[in-house]
Design a protein around this ligand. Structure first.
Ligand code: ARG
Length: 459
């Protein structure tokens, strides 16, 4: 295929330079969006009389068959072409003759590529939103299953207060719900149509940009042609939203890796989401969680690459902008694969509730409840706090837990202790008493599940 821009030069480019310049290896994935965009453009050109209606119809038919042929495998994309836009236009002209040469009227590859990318990412965003929903619902199911399973909650990775596992899981559901919200917000600025901005300055033809935007399912045309061809904020916003998704998955992964270790043994991952070792026969490794944690760095890298590419770039189009695609595509590919594997991994995860309870019994995680008990008996909290600290120290010295020391021992620390203290420090009670909004009691977890499920279906 020759160059569509041959004219001023004969279009012969040094082979190494030509390969360097070509983007078809990575922009060919936008073939459908390129064709749909061109169909809308041809429709507009025909409807406004910028080109004869009969030519527009020929173009649209030709594009339709190109799309069908690519999808059925009858037409192979030529990787020697400069980019997907040239490939489609040249194939069209080869097939339908001179009418094909009219398609690029009142258009430039600069607004064309900006359009293709927006349309492509629109679908990608939908895919990620769907996967997020699926994962959120899976997390909700697990939370439902473990809404009463007591475990230690941590601060500083030190046992802190008793919680239920379902409550811990729902924290992740909340993060993922915000991730959907961020994507939806970014969509407001993504679904804007740059087509008709042309090279940078608009056009002398009497185009109808509104109808083009409408045909393509976009909200409205952009209001400045220079901005239209040079804006890549949408890539950065999306990549930033994707980075946060990865951050959340990475925190979740880290906990899964910890919980699956012999040191914790709070969970068991299903065999089909773990791997073995080539040398150590006993190993069952949480590779999926580790890989998700590892791939987070990739997506941050994509974000950094995009930010850096755009930084200091003069208006309007510059070839640097071609670099946007590999980064944003990689970020979406990575997030999509991580979300798919995560859903299966969580689905197959079982909690070792006895191990969790055992861990909750050690570490004095009911010490706050003991202090609260005294406070409710009229002791000022700071005094109660100090007394309970001394009792914990006494327990550590005598190798006991808070429920193992006698009422007489308690009374030697403070007169206000009575027999009902044992009820107050019972772990299940400690959890059930945390009834504040968003707290860890089972009913609160149930409410959270309901809230999240409602929000997910409303989205
Ligand atoms: N492959 C190019 C890109 O991805 C398409 C736009 C080319 N425009 C140009 N003026 N050379 O940005």
């Amino acid at each position: 295929m020759g160059k569509i821009w041959a004219g001023r030069t004969n279009g012969t480019v040094n082979k190494i330079a030509d390969d360097f310049n070509s983007s078809i290896r990575f922009d060919s994935r936008m073939y459908k969006e390129d064709i749909k965009g061109s169909m809308a453009h041809a429709t507009m050109l025909g409807a406004t009389g910028i080109i004869p209606k009969s030519d527009a119809d020929k173009i649209i038919d030709g594009l339709e068959t190109i799309l069908n042929d690519i999808e059925s495998g009858n037409l192979k994309i030529d990787f020697n072409a400069e980019d997907i836009h040239s490939f489609v236009e040249q194939t069209l002209t080869e097939r339908i003759g001179d009418a094909g040469r009219k398609l690029h009227t009142a258009r430039s590859r600069n607004d064309q590529v900006a359009l293709d990318l927006r349309l492509y990412l629109k679908n990608e965003v939908n895919e990620v939103k769907l996967k997020l929903k699926e994962l959120i619902l899976t997390v909700c199911d697990k939370a439902q299953q473990y809404k009463s399973a007591v475990m230690p909650g941590y601060t500083h990775l030190q046992r802190a207060q008793p919680i239920v596992f379902g409550h811990h899981l729902m924290a992740y559901a909340m993060m993922l719900l915000r991730d959907i919200g961020r994507l939806k917000d970014a969509e407001k600025r993504l679904n804007i149509s740059p087509i008709g901005s042309c090279a940078l300055a608009g056009t002398t033809y009497d185009t109808d940009r509104n109808s083009e935007a409408q045909m393509l399912g976009l909200y409205e045309p952009c209001q400045n042609s220079i901005d239209g061809v040079s804006d890549r904020d949408f890539c950065i916003e999306l990549c930033s939203a994707l980075s946060l998704i990865m951050l959340h998955l990475s925190r979740f992964s880290e906990e899964i890796v910890l919980w699956a270790s012999w040191e914790f043994k709070f969970i068991e991952l299903s065999d089909d989401y773990t791997t073995g070792s080539s040398i150590m026969p006993q190993k069952k490794n949480p590779d999926m969680a580790e890989l998700v944690r590892g791939k987070t760095g990739r997506v941050y890298g994509d974000l950094m690459a995009l930010l850096t590419t755009l930084k200091g770039l003069p208006l309007a189009y510059n070839k640097d902008l071609q670099e946007d695609k590999e980064s944003i595509f990689d970020a979406f590919d990575t997030v999509n694969s991580c979300l798919s594997v995560f859903c299966g991994m969580i689905n197959g995860m079982t909690a070792k509730t006895e191990k969790m309870l055992l861990a909750a019994k050690e570490g004095f995680i009911n010490a706050t409840d003991l202090a609260d008990y005294l406070t409710k008996k009229g002791v000022p909290f700071r005094t109660a706090y100090k007394t309970c600290g001394e009792i914990v120290s006494h327990c550590i010295n005598s190798g006991k837990t808070l429920d193992q020391i006698t009422i007489e021992e308690y009374k030697s620390f403070c007169d206000n202790f009575e027999n009902d203290l044992y009820e107050a420090i019972d772990l299940q009670n400690c959890v059930n008493m945390r009834r504040s909004l968003g707290g860890t009691c089972t009913e609160s977890v149930e409410k959270q599940i309901e809230y999240v499920k409602k929000s997910v279906t409303a989205n």
